[in-house]
Design a protein around this ligand. Structure first.
Ligand code: NAD
Ligand code: WQD
Length: 338
């Protein structure tokens, strides 16, 4: 029996493949490589010394997906496949709804017709929106997302809840990730953004290797300790291990359970810059510029539920994240395109 990983060639997916293989699971991967490449999966094989099947497949392609289910014995799905750029989603809402929601609908239908009713879904802290107070707890009201990307996560959470209401044989875990950063300690896999990075850590690592001149910090006039935004950065390997716990959970029980995957600690942008400099003994020049539209001042998790019910807690600290991110970037200055 295998775990089917959609979007497994991506940043979080590839790290989760490593942890699953190392924990002894068999896996099958599907990805259309819209934001990744098969080289990441070859490197997963290299790290783990294990083989597995992977398919170039768009999850909206019903017959291709069905064929994968027919060719393999799939017990459960971890569903990473999706588009994730917040800014782009505001320019291309239709593409985001089509890919993320349309893709999920096809996946769920194919799962159902093949008798597979266990799924772990990559949701996001973005569903907490702008009106809740930190730390964010799973019981808080959601529904105030501020961009189409976030709205796709919210809708998919709702769709999965409805699947269970209609058929209580379904077993669903919704994982709300906070800010995943860092890379596998081997430096063989990591985050590989196209073009100018939108996110903080890949921008800093590109400055660190001289690909960008300096970091632009988006605002220092927020109501926080140093005026810059606070986020809950989580090491991608800790996040990947959280998925193993979620898979163990869906094997044991039906229902819908929601878990925050974060450290519970908030760091400011300046904290990240200072920690990165210290951890890597390198300077990161920066300039303070205006606020970025849509940013909230603070976002961090209450991560108690995942500890209590899944026995999971993040182990790595911000220094580990900065060191491992730099290790990946310096070994692969052009990502997988070296
Ligand atoms: P990623 O872009 O690196 O990985 C997503 C993968 O899905 C890519 O390999 C992409 O090629 C693939 N994909 C996209 N659409 C597809 C389709 N229609 N069919 C097949 N494959 C498709 O992103 P990531 O950071 O690894 O994120 C994984 C998941 O976690 C996404 O759903 C994302 O929204 C969610 N998430 C990410 C973050 C984050 O900050 N990285 C935070 C919260 C949630
Ligand atoms: C962190 C802080 C920026 C870049 C995003 C998505 C969220 C989730 C995780 C998917 C903010 C500041 C950044 C730069 C900067 N993804 N910054 N200069 O926005 O918290 O979360 O990824 O679900 O939905 O929105 O992460 O890394 O972009 O920003 O000053 O060049 O760093 O303004 O304060 P964010 P981020």
């Amino acid at each position: 029996m295998s775990i089917f990983i959609t979007g497994g060639a991506g940043y979080i997916g590839s790290h989760t493949c490593v942890e699953l293989l190392e924990a002894g699971y068999d896996i099958v991967v599907a990805d259309n490589y819209v934001n990744s490449c098969p080289e990441a999966l070859e490197r997963v094989k290299k790290i783990t010394g294990r083989d597995f099947k992977y398919y170039e497949c768009d999850i909206r392609d019903r017959s291709a997906l069905d064929k994968i289910f027919k060719e393999n014995s799939i017990e459960a799905v971890i569903h990473f496949a999706g588009l994730k750029a917040v800014g782009e989603s505001c320019q291309k809402p239709l593409e985001y709804y089509d890919n993320n929601i349309g893709g999920t609908l096809v996946l769920l239908d194919v799962m159902r017709s093949n008798g597979c009713k266990k799924i772990v879904f990559s949701s996001s802290a973005t569903v907490y929106g702008s009106e809740n107070k930190v730390p964010f707890v799973e019981t808080m009201k959601t529904g105030t997302t501020t961009n189409p990307y976030g709205t796709t996560k919210l809708y998919i959470e709702g769709i999965l809840k409805d699947m269970y209401l209609a058929d209580n044989e379904w077993s669903v875990v919704l994982l709300r990730y906070f800010n995943p950063v860092g890379a596998h300690k081997s430096g063989l896999i990591g985050e590989n953004p196209n073009g100018i990075p939108n996110n903080l850590m890949p921008y800093i690592t590109q400055v660190s290797v001289g690909k960008r001149e300096k970091l632009y910090i988006n605002g220092n006039d927020y109501p926080t300790k140093d005026g810059t935004c606070i986020r809950d950065y989580i090491h991608v390997v800790d996040l990947a291990i959280g998925h193993i716990k979620a898979v163990e959970h869906i094997m044991k029980k039906t229902g819908v359970d929601i878990y925050n995957l974060g450290t519970g600690i908030g760091y400011s942008v300046l904290d990240v810059v200072e920690t990165f400099k210290r951890a890597n003994n390198i300077d990161i020049p920066y300039e303070i510029v205006g606020r970025r539209a849509g940013d909230i001042a603070e976002c961090y998790a209450n991560a108690d539920k995942a500890l209590k019910e899944l026995g999971w807690k993040a182990e790595k600290n911000l220094e580990d994240m900065c060191r491992d991110a730099m290790n990946w970037q310096s070994k692969n200055p052009n990502g997988y395109g070296n």
